[in-house]
Design a protein around this ligand. Structure first.
Ligand code: SAM
Length: 285
């Protein structure tokens, strides 16, 4: 076993493989054993579970996940780290490391590697692709039970935000359409090598059937994106610009959904967005 859970061990291991933390790839390695254990615990993994990890890095979280899971499939973009993982995880037979960019990886192949049943996801995500990774998983249609992520504090707050709060937006609605989001733990920069400039949060997303019924998911997400594209404007202005409708028609759509014409998007609940999307899909305006 190779210890990677302290700063000097992580630094030495990187040096041994001729590597240094790559900022462009969001490489901030967790070096706090307590935090790593709490993330794995919060992920709710049992011996029955297959787990997908995105960005295993030096394998700190991967090892902790593998102690609890039936199997871990970890996808790492950096070939140097894939080589280092061959050493750090050599004693963990239930881990498969795949060298790939998660955003381009074939999800069908990943699903097969995970064993083909329902699975969980856990990751300390690279900050530069947090939102696309989460949206890719949410929209994949794969049987994901839960996703536990360590992400930048502001992104976690956006995912869990409620209507009329500063952080509420299209990401909140996408996440809350598919999952129940709960914030688990705040993690300070001092737990990483190198230390990022922002605080981080562990968030758990429990996937469930959609909370609202919409006639077209495509229209629902198009409307939520249009509603928040211009935050300071009224919903009518946002919909008019985002959907390419004359302003009077955007107002008629809002009224058809049973809402006041001058309402702001940030005040609407997910149920109200669903009513708006259904009125749009049915052309009831
Ligand atoms: N899991 C490790 C930890 O907690 O110490 C490393 C986390 S670090 C924040 C993010 C990891 O994601 C890095 O190992 C980085 O190389 C990897 N990564 C970045 N972009 C990726 C991508 N598109 N697909 C897969 N892995 C990626």
């Amino acid at each position: 076993m190779t210890d990677v859970l302290n700063f000097s061990a992580a630094r030495e291991l990187l040096e041994e493989f001729g590597l240094s933390p790559n900022k462009r790839l969001g490489q901030n390695f967790l070096c706090d054993p307590g935090v790593v254990a709490r993330i794995a615990e919060a992920a709710g993994i049992t011996r029955e579970d297959a787990v997908l990890e995105i960005g295993p890095g030096l394998g700190a979280l991967t090892r902790e996940l593998s102690k609890r899971a039936k199997k871990v499939v970890a996808v790492e973009i950096d070939s140097g780290l894939v080589e280092a993982l061959g050493k750090t995880l050599a004693d963990c037979p239930n881990i498969s490391v795949l060298h790939a960019d998660f955003l381009k990886a074939d999800l069908g192949e990943l699903y097969e590697a995970l064993g083909g049943g329902a699975f969980r996801v856990a990751a300390n995500l690279p900050y530069y692709i947090t939102t696309p990774v989460i949206l890719r998983l949410l929209e994949s249609g794969l049987p994901v039970r839960s996703m536990s992520f360590l992400v930048q504090k502001e992104v976690a707050e956006r995912m869990a935000a409620k209507p009329s709060s500063k952080s509420y937006g299209a990401l909140s609605l996408a996440v809350q359409y598919y999952t129940d989001a709960s914030i688990v733990l705040r993690v300070p920069p001092s737990c990483f090598y190198p230390a990022p400039s922002v605080d981080s949060i562990v968030i758990r997303l429990d996937v469930r059937p959609p909370k609202v019924q919409v006639a077209s998911e495509e229209d629902f997400f198009r409307i939520t994106r249009a509603a928040f594209a211009m935050r300071r404007k009224t919903l009518a202005n946002g919909l008019s610009a985002g959907l390419g409708l004359p302003r009077a028609q955007a107002e008629a759509l809002i009224l058809a959904a049973g809402l006041p014409a001058n309402v702001r998007g940030e005040a609407l609940s997910i149920e109200q967005f669903a009513a708006l999307a259904n009125a749009y899909t049915q052309g009831a305006f």
